[in-house]
Design a protein around this ligand. Structure first.
Ligand SMILES: NC(=O)c1ccc[n+]([C@@H]2O[C@H](COP(=O)([O-])OP(=O)(O)OC[C@H]3O[C@@H](n4cnc5c(N)ncnc54)[C@H](OP(=O)(O)O)[C@@H]3O)[C@@H](O)[C@H]2O)c1
Length: 231
């Protein structure tokens, strides 16, 4: 993938997608905020421009238009809209692009608790995405455990990002994107089927945040230095 890649962040008007977009814009990446509403997307892009500076390569588009011009598509929307949005954008996903899924199927999506996850037939939200993207498009699971509060604060984040996926060419791309966020160590987490564990860890982190009134993240210890990718 070329250095001039563009990243569409669907749901980039919400705290998680906004925080990722902010960090990538700060790192000089070309970011397109996606939304169901063009104006909301443009307003979010403008807010990021104000924080990063006029040189930021950021714009806002309706979700399908955002995918039309993107090499990487990042999913940061609530689980209740996940399958519907994937079906809507399917014709707009470019061949050979990569979908990075940060969605967590929280029970809150159906009126339950944010400290519990839903059972997803395919095993995880990311595996559901893999079933719904066009042939030849890879899905990678990442960023489920990196909270919006950390992303939207100033300075480095205290969190590792575990990246799972079945395409050995797509995983390094997602890891390189993760390392653009100061403080992140990206770790290869193996196959996409492990996404179910990443998604469940988020429910645990939410519970810890409620119990201890904090903004928790994860750090993995004990691996050889080569396992931890940083910029
Ligand atoms: N918040 C966190 O700390 C965090 C951390 C890790 C992972 N995540 C995961 O990342 C995802 C986004 O989290 P969030 O807290 O940013 O969520 P959010 O604020 O509830 O939603 C993000 C955006 O998704 C769009 N959206 C809402 N409902 C939708 C639907 N039914 N269909 C399509 N788009 C819809 C909205 O944008 P428009 O109205 O502009 O379209 C909204 O601004 C979730 O799956 C969450 O579990 C969140």
């Amino acid at each position: 993938m070329s250095a001039a890649r563009s990243i569409a962040v669907l749901g980039g008007t919400g705290p998680e997608g906004f925080g990722l977009s902010l960090r990538w814009a700060q790192a000089g990446e070309t970011v397109i905020i996606g939304s169901r509403d063009t104006k909301r997307a443009q307003d979010a892009a403008e807010k990021i421009k104000q924080r990063v500076g006029a040189s930021a390569n950021i714009s806002g588009k309706e979700n399908i238009a955002a995918c039309d011009s993107a090499d990487l598509i990042v999913f940061t929307i609530p689980f209740e809209g996940h399958a519907t949005l994937l079906k809507q954008i399917k014709p707009a996903i470019r061949p050979n692009s990569i979908v990075i899924d940060a969605t967590v199927p929280l029970a809150a999506s159906v009126g339950g608790r944010a400290t519990r996850t839903l059972g997803v037939w395919q095993g995880s939200a990311a595996q559901q995405a893999a079933e719904l993207v066009p042939k030849g498009v890879s899905v990678v699971a990442a960023f489920q455990n990196l909270g919006a509060e950390l992303l939207n604060a100033e300075g480095p984040v205290d969190c590792d990002v575990i990246v799972c996926g079945d395409d050995p060419n797509a995983n390094p791309v997602a890891r390189s994107l993760a390392t653009k966020i100061p403080g992140v160590r990206a770790i290869d987490g193996g196959k996409l089927e492990n996404a179910r564990i990443l998604e469940q860890i988020t429910a645990l982190l939410i519970g810890l945040n409620i119990r201890h009134k904090g903004h928790s993240g994860i750090r993995i210890s004990g691996l050889p230095p080569s396992a931890y990718e940083t910029q």
